[in-house]
Ligand binder design. Structure first.
Ligand SMILES: [Fe+2]
Ligand SMILES: [Fe+2]
Length: 183
């Protein structure tokens, strides 16, 4: 008896998105090591925590695929992009990454709608909301750096921005506090 409740196409779309979330985690990790290396500990800390958030998203997809009776396939993850050239570039890359991910999420939502797969449609709504929050977070970071002078931001301003990001709690929780249900 076939107990798989996902169509082949849907299982593949969800699996691809699961891999994209793992890829996002790798991207954030690589930016974090760059920021750390540049001496921006606060920014690095923020990015490390965000990497963990992306990994939790990956797990959320994995669990859903398995729970619906299909099999999650763990594949290779593409290498992350090149290093940011400065803090402004770093935050621009973060924003672009989140927008690209939102678009990928929307495609899965669209497919669930086409297939009248309401369980998946419902599952995906969490990600729709999450992406809107993450885009806002990235926009706020870009606003901050813009005020600080963008690509030409002075070291003294970057110093306080780094300190603020390290001290101020943001949407991303500490790695050890995040769970799959509450990343
Ligand atoms: Fe994500
Ligand atoms: Fe994200």
């Amino acid at each position: 008896m076939n107990t798989n409740r996902l169509s082949e196409k849907m299982a593949k779309a969800l699996n691809d998105q699961m891999t994209k979330e793992a890829h996002a985690a790798q991207i954030y990790l690589s930016y974090a090591t760059w920021a750390d290396d540049q001496g921006y500990d606060g920014i690095a800390n923020f990015l490390y925590r965000h990497a963990n958030e992306e990994r939790n998203h990956m797990m959320k997809f994995l669990e859903y695929i398995q729970e619906r009776g299909a099999r999650a396939h763990i594949t290779a993850i593409p290498a992350p992009d090149s290093d940011p050239t400065n803090v402004n570039d770093c935050f621009e890359k973060v924003f672009k990454q989140e927008v690209a991910n939102t678009e990928a999420i929307y495609k899965v939502v669209e497919l669930s709608f086409e297939q009248k797969d309401w369980a998946t449609w419902n599952f995906m709504q969490w990600f729709v909301k999450e992406q809107a929050e993450e885009e806002t977070l990235a926009m706020n970071l870009l606003d901050k750096i813009k005020i600080a002078g963008g690509a030409n931001a002075k070291d003294s301003v970057l110093y306080s921005l780094d300190r603020d990001l390290g001290n101020t709690p943001d949407d991303a929780k500490l790695a050890q506090d995040a769970t799959t249900d509450n990343p």
